[in-house]
Design a protein around this ligand. Structure first.
Ligand code: 5GP
Ligand code: ZN
Length: 131
């Protein structure tokens, strides 16, 4: 009985997770393509793309291919993805010779796309209120 219950709870959890990623715009773009511009850098686990609505001269999104909802849901299993996100940021900073830059994560009501992404911002005046 307990085993059966555990099975259903796990099954429901998996379904919710699947639904979340299936309905997620970033998961869709990662899986099916269709970014407005070619990715700037892509690894096995991360994609970096220009933001379609930039709030600074350089505004790049660094996105794990795995669906992680937000900074609040990052867990041990995501550690490689998180390190890789920063490694991709380092490569872009180096390639673009950015002397000063900022990395930002939105959460709660500031986060519009519920799939973890890091904003890499540089150059000009960053319009923080629009981020
Ligand atoms: P958030 O507010 O969730 O931190 O940021 C989401 C960001 O994703 C926004 O800056 C928005 O402009 C960007 N964005 C939303 N949809 C797309 C898209 O289809 N392609 C790209 N490249 N950026 C997107
Ligand atoms: Zn997603």
């Amino acid at each position: 009985m307990i085993k059966t219950l555990k099975f259903f709870v796990k099954e429901a959890g998996l379904r919710i997770k699947y639904m979340t990623s299936r309905d997620c715009i970033f998961c869709k773009l990662i899986n099916d393509g269709g970014w407005a511009s070619e990715p700037i850098l892509e690894t096995d686990s991360i994609v970096a793309v220009s933001d379609i609505n930039p709030v600074a001269d350089v505004h790049i999104l660094i996105i794990p291919k795995n669906h992680i909802e937000s900074v609040l849901t990052i867990g041990e299993k995501d550690s490689r993805d998180i390190i890789e996100m920063f490694s991709v940021a380092q490569k872009i900073v180096e390639e673009k010779k950015l002397e000063a830059f900022r990395l930002a994560f939105n959460a709660g009501r500031f986060q519009h796309v519920p799939h973890l992404h890091m904003h890499l911002l540089a150059g000009g005046k960053v319009q923080w209120s629009k981020l």
